[in-house]
Design a protein around this ligand. Structure first.
Ligand code: HEM
Length: 437
């Protein structure tokens, strides 16, 4: 990987193991002494927070699965049994449900951080693409997990979303309907559907775990980007990951867990929909079917398009476009901090995403729909027009020569703190030895 191994086995057993399976060496090189830029800010702590959240979701999910029953007759009741009769069941379930929200909250910050600092640019394209794959898998996993409660919102969300595949009927008549019935395992959402959603909801987090390992591997080949977007130029610009970033990441994680705990203990249903406390009823459609908050921007995009097939295409494209941003962004400068024009468009994009989230929670009519369409247009224009064009026409601010210059600030400051610079050597010394002789 990125640097020479400095691991020295400390005992006979470590030497024995190192010659057979050098796991301790890998952990030491990649997580203890790994050279990390010294100027990373708190936005860089979210990768560690996400890793924690993934492990927490898997741990709570496995125990929930020991009590959950994946059949339409028992699913809802088994969740209520977990809440009332299983020891600490309420805590497990609320941690898992709120945990999903916190996971998305953290992943969106992580993603916008990557976009702001241009972390997707060469040589980190593969790292970025693996990130987008993780996001897709997280979306699928959360959708399937929500369905397992088998409340009204679960049932109707599954019905609406699986029905989207029927839009393919407009391409090849019958294809969409056949596909939807294949997914359902019948002629409507029912027992086979719930069973397969459960099987996949259990499987996908482990696929995500595998992708996260690749993600961190792909990070450790080029090393971290940093807030300046300028590559590390000397080992002095880095510090070992441990203890410097284990402490910083640990502190941020504790803050995040306090927030997480506050929601679990004081407002566990804050982000949920009350209709999901009503058992699924295939004969009664709820007046407003809304997904969880983290899907709302995508839902707004789906509904902004008046045609079902094109709505589905827009929905899929709104995520797929992320795969291409390493090539859509034509700027030579990574960090948005040095991009005076692009930064306005970037923040407008962040606001657009939030506003789309709000519109996704409202009925698709009147002004909501008009704004939904305008903001959907901006969402795509940002990637397909603004990123390529602004990168070409913008004059970036003067970049610091290195991370050191960016951190130490102006030349006067560095002169005040560093020893006096020696006078330049006489001309003979500047020549190469052969020339002097
Ligand atoms: C389960 C979800 C994820 C986990 C556990 C995870 C984990 C990590 C970790 C530990 C780091 C290094 C620390 C840091 O930079 O924050 C990292 C960096 C990074 N991640 Fe993720 N990640 C996840 C999802 C994503 C997604 C969805 C994207 C984007 C689509 C993404 C893009 C990146 C990029 C570009 C970096 C490099 C940051 C830099 O050095 O500037 N990650 N990730």
């Amino acid at each position: 990987m990125a640097h020479e191994s400095t691991y020295q086995p400390g005992s006979g057993f470590e030497r024995w193991l190192d010659a057979r399976l050098p796991v301790v060496r890998v952990m030491h090189d990649q997580f203890m002494v790994f050279p990390t830029p010294r100027n990373l800010n708190y936005w860089w702590t979210f990768g560690g927070i996400l890793t924690f959240m993934l492990i927490a979701q898997i741990a709570t999910g496995i125990v929930l699965a020991m009590h959950y029953v994946p059949t339409p007759e028992h699913a809802f009741d088994s969740v209520e049994t977990i809440m009332r009769d299983v020891n600490w069941g309420w805590f497990l379930r609320y941690s898992h449900a709120v945990g999903a929200s916190m996971f998305f909250f953290a992943v969106y910050i992580h993603l916008f951080r990557g976009m702001y600092y241009g972390s997707y640019k060469a040589p980190r394209e593969v790292l970025w693409i693996i990130g987008v794959l993780i996001l897709l898998m997280m979306i699928a996993t959360a959708f399937m997990g929500y369905s397992l409660v088998w409340g009204q919102m679960s049932f109707w969300a599954v019905t609406v979303i699986t029905n989207l595949f029927s839009s393919l009927d407009a391409v090849i008549p019958g294809l969409g309907t056949t596909l939807v019935q294949w997914i359902w395992g019948g002629f409507s959402v029912g027992a086979p559907t719930l069973n397969r959603l459960y099987a996949l909801h259990y499987l996908f987090p482990f696929v995500i775990l595998g992708l996260v390992i690749l993600h961190i591997w792909a990070l450790h080949v080029p090393g971290n980007n940093n807030p300046t977007g300028i590559e590390v130029k000397s080992p002095k610009e880095t510090v070992p990951f441990h203890p410097y970033y284990t402490i910083k990441d640990g502190f941020a994680l504790v803050m995040f867990v306090i927030l997480f705990a506050a929601v679990v203990f004081y407002a566990p249903n804050w982000l949920g929909h009350p209709d999901n406390y009503v058992p699924a009823n295939p004969l009664q459609t709820p007046p407003h079917i809304v997904p969880e908050w983290y899907f709302l921007p995508f839902y707004a995009i789906l509904r902004a398009i008046p045609n079902k097939l094109f709505g589905v295409i827009a929905l899929l494209s709104s995520i797929a476009v992320l795969f291409f941003i390493p090539w859509l962004d034509t700027s030579k400068v990574r960090s948005t901090s040095y991009r005076p024009i692009y930064r306005w468009f970037f923040w407008a994009f962040v606001l657009t995403s939030i506003a789309l989230g709000y519109l996704g929670s409202q009925p698709p009519e009147g002004w909501y729909l008009i704004f939904g369409r305008l903001l959907t247009a901006y969402y795509f224009a940002f990637f397909l027009l603004i990123m390529p064009v602004v990168g070409l026409i913008e004059t970036p601010r003067r970049l610091p020569g290195s991370i050191t210059e960016a951190v130490l600030g102006h030349a006067e400051e560095s002169e005040a703190t560093s020893p006096p610079v020696p006078p330049p050597p006489p001309p003979a010394q500047q020549r190469r030895p052969a020339e002097v002789l």
